[in-house]
Ligand binder design. Structure first.
Ligand SMILES: [Zn+2]
Length: 143
């Protein structure tokens, strides 16, 4: 096992989901530099604290990833440092060195939980050769 996981690839499905979420932005890789005073799963509070200490501003958006039969965006926040670069200050459970991040030009966190956005990959054929998409063939049996 590698010490660090590769960041998610920018697939056509991730690009399609990104257009549905915010057509004004493109997904980009953001370096993870988690800070000692930042907690896992607290990205909004973490970034707010870093802005108070070091300046810059909060950049809301979505972490993008693709599983075998869906692409998903989870609402998230990273730090826009005073020099303009984006940095993920929140430690993750895994050891990714970069995340795939879609900035959102409009939406900001208001304290409420935000549902993840998903795109089903309808054109993934089942491995059994039925010609039926995996998620409605053997994909159902795996649930
Ligand atoms: Zn099947």
């Amino acid at each position: 096992m590698a010490a660090h996981r590769d960041p998610p690839a920018i697939t056509k499905h991730i690009l399609k989901l990104a257009r549905q979420i915010d057509a004004a932005c493109l997904p980009e890789y953001v370096t993870v530099e988690s800070r000692a005073d930042c907690l896992p799963n607290r990205c909004f509070e973490n970034v707010t604290r870093v802005v108070t200490q070091l300046g810059g501003r909060v950049q809301h958006g979505w972490t993008m990833r693709q599983e075998s039969y869906f692409a998903e965006g989870a609402f998230y926040a990273v730090w826009r440092s005073p020099d303009g670069s984006l940095i993920d200050v929140t430690p993750g459970a895994d050891k990714q060195t970069q995340i795939l991040f879609l900035p959102d030009s409009k939406r900001v966190w208001d304290g409420e939980e935000v549902e993840p956005r998903r795109l089903l990959l309808r054109e993934t054929p089942c491995y059994c050769g039925s010609g039926v998409p995996f998620r409605i063939c053997h994909g159902l049996a795996d649930d």
